[in-house]
Design a protein around this ligand. Sequence first.
Ligand SMILES: Nc1nc2c(c(=O)[nH]1)N[C@H]1C(S)=C(S)[C@@H](COP(=O)(O)O)O[C@H]1N2
Ligand SMILES: [Mo]
Length: 539
Amino acid sequence: MTNSVSPPARAGAAPPAAPPAAVGVPRAGRAGAAGAGIVATASAIATGELLAGLLPGVPSPILAVGRVVIDLQPPGAKELVVSIFGTADKLALEVLVLGVALAIGAVIGVLGLSRLTVASALVGAFVVVGVAAGLQAPDTQPALAVLGGLAEFAVGSTVLDRLLQLMRAAPASATSATTSTGRGIGPDWSRRMLLVRGGGLAVASVAAGVIGRLLLDRQRVPATGELPGPVIGADLPPGADLEVEELTPIVVPNDDFYRIDTALLVPNVDVDSWRLRIHGLVDREVTLDYGDLTDLEIVEQYVTIACVSNRVGGDLIGNALWTGVRLRDVLDLAGVRAEATQLVGRSVDGWTAGMPLSWIMDPEREPMIAVGMNGTPLPRQHGYPARLIVPGLYGYVSATKWLAELELTTMEAFDGYWVPLGWAKEAPILTQSRIDRPRPGASIAAGPYTVAGMAWAVDRGISKVEVQVDDGEWREASLSTPISDATWIQWQLDWPAVAGDHRVRVRATDGTGETQTETPSRPDPDGARGWHSVSFSVG
Ligand SMILES: Nc1nc2c(c(=O)[nH]1)N[C@H]1C(S)=C(S)[C@@H](COP(=O)(O)O)O[C@H]1N2
Ligand SMILES: [Mo]
């Protein structure tokens, strides 16, 4: 075969006299083969993504592998997983998975120059990994996953084979075209063919992948249905919202509400087949359908939920009106046994949050199974059709979305999803305050100005917020009327802005009289501490 020796490099096309590589192909040839491998891998993945979009039950290769990466909780990748957790940056993970896949594809392409069968086998092995990952996803149909894998393999290995053939044709015809026919069009034609074919396939792959992903999203069941009317409603007291410009509203609209979860693809829950199973240390196991659940007394409550990975001054927190049933009413149906000390909420995709049963049973607060958010059925991203809302606990130890099971167990017997990754087993929301106005680096006009922000000590309530400008006195801010101890409040303070660079700081005191600590700490393991400060200038 011609590719076992170094073919003459075409003048001006490649660095001359490149030493032969291990596979006996010049650098330019290897680059082309790597490109062919990348395009072949991209076509295979795109086939999978398109099929996943067209046929419910075919897993998306990228999402399937990404999900496995998240679920493996690889010890060395703790920081990565933590950062995904902290920022909800799912796109980064997808890009990473795709990048690694294409890099492997490049290697396969180079291998294919000398050993096409080995390369094809590697494409096959690659597809098997994708299918195996897909089989872990809850809404995958195994037969369809295998069919999808066969299609991916067929496309991937065919594209690789054809592109490599074109590649071999390019330098080979260079020799024959110039020496035999003297026309010299052969090599250009072949190279152009290669670039056009390869480029075309690359563009088609991107298009197919994007279309597949859009279709996949369309497959999701919309969060619809009648929200059951509340028997016991909740009112916003007058003065609950200070209505200051740039200040976060006291009730955050669903579209602006922060979102954190490990789900790469929002679980596709069909409310008609959805069930909630209550089991473990109970007198009798109970399974409820959506109708059974919403036949219980419907209550409404404003509750502020927060993410433990929120940084000081961060926005992974929000307050909404939740509609649903009392968690304790549901637990009573099953009868909680005396030995139980922990409640575990498990989602349809196997994610878990564990919380002390004593926190749930304390009549001072009203944990809920919510089915509605701000007057609409729960948006899919926020847990449709049902989720837990537990006043005072960080989301990762309480707020299970897409709820499927309530398991009664002991604190010793089970750790929720994030606990083995180094987050605290018990995590009440810490007292925090935040400056929304001015924004960091803002430049404001001299004259009367209103500094404003939010403060929360969910479950304990806020008794006082103090603000300090530069090294001045700490002054007490005025507060919005609290909705309840389960919600955050707004604060504001008038300040005569004088020219110069300034820094404003804030600190809150909770309902028990304890002021938040000044010493900063990282979000892990149990929430960030420290006073929020903002630097700005008055011009
Ligand atoms: N099923 C499931 N529920 C989950 C999570 C998750 O990853 N999976 N993340 C939790 C975390 S860490 C937080 S902070 C809250 C966020 O709820 P939100 O996205 O509705 O704001 O959901 C919690 N519920
Ligand atoms: Mo969270």
